[in-house]
Each structure stands twice: as structure tokens, then as C-alpha cells.
Design a protein around this ligand. Structure first.
Ligand SMILES: [Zn+2]
Length: 494
């Protein structure tokens, strides 16, 4: 049967309780200074210390071409003890998109090793110049808990919240970082206002305190200490905590974070190369989720990235997405009851629009809905195919008495050959006892003999005679071995 209790990928484990989404982290602000310079201490560190606040300093490895930091190693260790944080910033400060894989790995790893060797605990990384792409983000994930980018400052941050604030679910490897130096104090206050009006979110300011030097006076990127003092005062007066990145991630980081999730940056797409289409599955601290194509054999579509609370009810399922896709929506228990669903528990409603059944060969209608109740081993399922008339909800549980095996079949040593990336192949099979199988029943498909990585199979009852259609998808392009595909059909309880 499907593994409802845990989800394993890349050696990470989550449990249903991770999906409950009860966290309300509130509003936080961080300052991440590109702190390669002596002025860091004068204008950034010292003022924050005097105010009893903390900040983050991005530090490159000293070399003939970069100067590391204005702080000594001992000073950095002392600062860390006071709650400040050193974040990685590479060895040579390159545009990391231009590097070979080996060079990229060196920039990330050697910088962290050097900082760790000073006695620091380094968990987060600021991309030099903010530049990153999918390959850079994936490499950064190997060594760091987050990747901090750069966001363009805008006159009206309230109108571009998703581009300038980190809002659950976080784009963990492209955290937004608007450039404080390029703002007036009044503009910077608008960012704080936008974060407060958003609610649960994290505002990270980029500063370059080096540009406090006299030779930069009047430049658009000049760092004005008076503005820095002013924004600290403003944040304090609004009772918004100033945190380091470790606290930020611990407080508002995603409960589940797989793959490359990049919400659309409306203001400055030049800082990103890929939106939403890369394989990912994320669940924010508040339960907001996003899942992309190729994370499942059935193509998933969540139009705005996620639906925090589902808007549909039992009588009117969502229908505004394309055939061949699945919608995910999260509901709390109160809404489940109010909207007529058969449970009073919080959960995820999955609605499938894959109804190319024998009775509906055009394949444009609902196929099934499932409700996964958080923190339980239960789920509910009802089918619509082949006529778009919904059957009764049935209840499935790990208790065998409520989860009866009624039919089986094996397609032995089936050779499906070569897949292109994301390709799905199908075959039909008639299980034993097919006369007892109906369209509402639950199908589980197991691939035996060590399936290749990224090979996924699922199935559904395809026609009223009990035929099961098995769908096999490969996330990567690959040639697969011959496998046994074992089909089991289960009947739930009314
Ligand atoms: Zn830098």
C-alpha cells in the first residue's frame, strides 16, 4: 500500500505532523552585510552591538584577490558568541553561474572549511553579487541550509511582496534580499511596513557598509549610517525582532524542502533563470505547499504555487486546471466540516483530472478525489469516472479490516525500455477477482527488482470490468531494466 506514514527522499524523513502547518512565526528582519571590508566593524557591527541587536556578515576567504573581512578571526568568533552570524560568500567572489562543476564545489566547500577552521559554525550562504541558477542552487544545498540572493528594490514593496519578502513556503535557495543602500530611509520603512502587513514572513536587507567611505559620498549605493540607525529604530519601535539567518531558518524554514522551488520574481527575473517548473516539493512552516511537475507520475498543477486553504467544497470540486493534472489544497478541520467533506480533521484534498477511462475516452473530467488526514494513517477516496458522477466517499486505514485486498495481478519482467525525462508509459492489466472491482477502488502498484532512481508507478481502475491502467513515469531520461509490476486492488469502507 502507499507509504502514508513517512516520505523519504535524499535521506530526509518527514512525518504527517510536519504537514499540519500550525506554525505562526510572525515577522522577522535580518541584515546580511557583504562584509569583506574594515568598515563592517565601524558602521554595521558596532551600531548593532550598541543597540543590543545582531547581524550577519558574508565573508569570503582571504586571498591575493579578495580581502576576507575587516574582522580578525578572534573577533568573528566573539561576534558569533554574541548572536551575530558569519555566512559563506565563496572563496574568490565569482559569478558562480560561470564556473565548472568542480570550481563551483570548491567555492562553496573551501570557503565553509576555512570559516569552520576559524571556529565558526557556518550554515547559510550569500551568493556573490546575488547571481545563481538552478545548478548553483543545487550545489549550495550540499553544504548550506539556505542560499541568499539579491532582490531589486522597488518603490512600492507592498505591490511586490513575493519578490522582496521571504514568505512560506520559502524559496530556501533564493532568499530575497533587497538592497538597503539604494533606498531612502522612508523607502526602507515601506519594506518593514509591507512585512508587517504580510504577517508571517522574513525581510532580509542587503547592506554594503564599505560604501560609507567618503569617496562614495553621493553615489546611489552609498551606505548612510544615519539611515541605518533610523531603520533599526523603526524596526524596534514596531516590536519586530531582528534575527540572524540561523534563527530565521529555524523559525520560518520549510517543513519539507526538496528540489528547486523558485516562486516567480515579478520585479527582477534577471536574477533567476527558472520558475516553478523544476522538480520540487515544499511545505512551508504554515502548511502552504507547492509541488511541481515530474515529482509524481501524474502532472501536478497548483496555479499560484500553493493554495493555503482550499476554496472548494464537496459538491463543487476544482475544475479550472488542465486535463491530466492534479490539484492540491489544504483544509483545516473546521473548513472540512463547513464545506461538506466527510472528515472533521485537517488534511490535504487531492483532486485528479485524469479521467481517460473507458467510459470517458476524451479524458476531460474528474477522475478521483482523495483526502489525506494529517497525523493519521487514514485517507478518504471517491471516484468520478467514467461519467463525472461522484461515487460515495470510502474510508481507508492501515487497519486491515478497513482495507481489504480484493484483486491482484503481476506483469512479469516487463521491459519498458527507454524513457525521455518525465515520460509516462502505460499498460492495462486485469487483476484476479475483477468482477468485484469497481471504479471507486484503490490501486497500489509496486515495482520489484530494484527500480531505477526516479522511476514511479501508480494505477487506477480504468473500466467497469475491473481493468487497471498502470502508469509508469521516469523523472530522468534513462533506460530501465525489465521489472515485475505488481498490482493490488483494495476496497475501502463506506
Ligand atoms: Zn559580495
Amino acid at each position: 500500500m502507499p507509504k502514508l506514514g513517512t516520505l523519504n527522499r535524499d535521506n530526509e524523513t518527514v512525518t504527517p505532523s510536519d504537514l499540519q502547518g500550525t506554525s505562526t512565526p510572525g515577522v522577522m528582519v535580518s541584515f546580511v552585510d557583504d562584509g569583506n571590508y574594515p568598515e563592517t566593524e565601524n558602521y554595521f557591527t558596532a551600531y548593532l552591538q550598541a543597540q543590543g541587536e545582531v547581524g550577519c556578515i558574508a565573508v569570503t576567504t582571504p586571498s591575493s584577490t579578495s580581502v576576507g573581512t575587516g574582522h580578525t578571526a578572534a573577533e568573528l568568533v566573539t561576534l558569533e558568541g554574541e548572536g551575530f552570524e558569519v555566512v559563506g560568500h565563496s572563496v574568490t567572489h565569482p559569478d558562480m553561474r560561470t564556473l565548472t562543476d568542480a570550481e563551483l564545489d570548491d567555492e562553496l566547500r573551501l570557503n565553509k572549511e576555512w570559516l569552520t577552521g576559524l571556529g565558526l559554525t557556518v550554515e547559510n550562504f550569500a551568493y556573490p553579487i546575488g547571481y545563481n541558477d538552478e545548478r548553483v542552487r543545487a550545489a549550495t544545498r550540499t553544504y548550506y541550509n539556505s542560499g541568499i540572493g539579491v532582490a531589486q528594490d522597488v518603490p512600492d514593496p507592498t505591490g511586490y511582496k513575493s519578490a522582496v519578502l521571504s514568505i512560506p513556503p520559502l524559496t530556501t535557495y533564493h532568499l530575497k534580499r533587497p538592497d538597503f543602500n539604494r533606498m531612502t530611509l522612508e523607502e526602507a520603512k515601506l519594506y518593514v511596513d509591507a512585512a508587517i502587513s504580510e504577517g508571517d514572513c522574513w525581510l532580509i536587507f542587503l547592506t554594503h557598509s564599505i560604501y560609507a567611505r567618503p569617496e562614495y559620498a553621493g553615489e546611489p549605493y552609498e551606505f548612510l549610517p544615519a539611515n541605518f540607525d533610523g531603520i533599526i529604530d523603526y524596526i524596534q519601535s514596531n516590536n519586530v525582532p531582528i534575527v540572524n539567518c540561523k534563527t530565521g531558518i529555524a523559525t520560518i524554514g520549510n517543513a519539507i524542502d526538496f528540489g528547486d522551488y523558485q516562486a516567480l520574481d515579478q520585479v527582477d527575473p534577471g536574477h533567476m533563470t527558472k520558475f516553478d517548473e523544476s522538480p520540487h516539493m515544499v511545505v512551508g512552516c504554515n502548511g502552504a505547499s507547492s509541488i511541481a511537475p515530474a515529482m509524481n507520475d501524474e502532472i501536478l498543477d497548483v496555479p499560484k504555487g500553493y493554495n493555503p486553504i482550499g476554496a472548494h467544497d464537496n459538491a463543487s470540486p476544482p475544475s479550472t486546471w488542465k486535463n491530466g493534472k492534479i490539484s492540491w489544497e489544504n483544509y483545516n478541520g473546521t473548513d472540512m466540516v463547513a464545506k461538506g467533506f466527510p472528515t472533521a480533521l485537517a488534511g490535504t484534498l487531492v483532486t485528479s483530472r485524469i479521467s481517460n477511462t473507458a467510459g470517458n475516452p476524451s479524458g476531460d473530467g474528474w477522475q478521483y478525489q482523495e483526502i489525506y488526514e494529517y497525523g493519521t494513517q487514514h485517507f478518504w477516496r471517491r471516484a468520478s469516472a467514467p461519467t463525472d458522477a461522484w461515487g460515495d466517499w470510502k474510508y481507508f486505514t492501515g487497519d486491515d479490516a478497513n482495507f481489504e485486498l480484493i484483486g491482484e495481478a503481476t506483469n512479469s519482467a516487463l521491459d519498458l525500455g527507454t524513457f525521455t525525462a518525465g515520460e509516462t508509459k502505460t499498460f492495462d492489466i486485469l487483476p484476479s477477482n475483477s468482477g468485484d472491482i469497481d471504479l471507486n477502488d484503490m490501486v497500489d502498484v509496486t515495482i520489484s527488482r530494484h527500480p531505477e532512481g526516479g522511476l514511479i508507478a501508480s494505477g487506477y481502475v480504468y473500466s467497469a470490468d475491473g481493468t487497471v491502467r498502470v502508469q509508469v513515469t521516469s523523472i530522468p531520461a534513462q533506460t530501465v531494466d525489465a521489472h515485475d509490476y505488481i498490482v493490488r486492488v483494495f476496497e475501502g469502507q463506506l
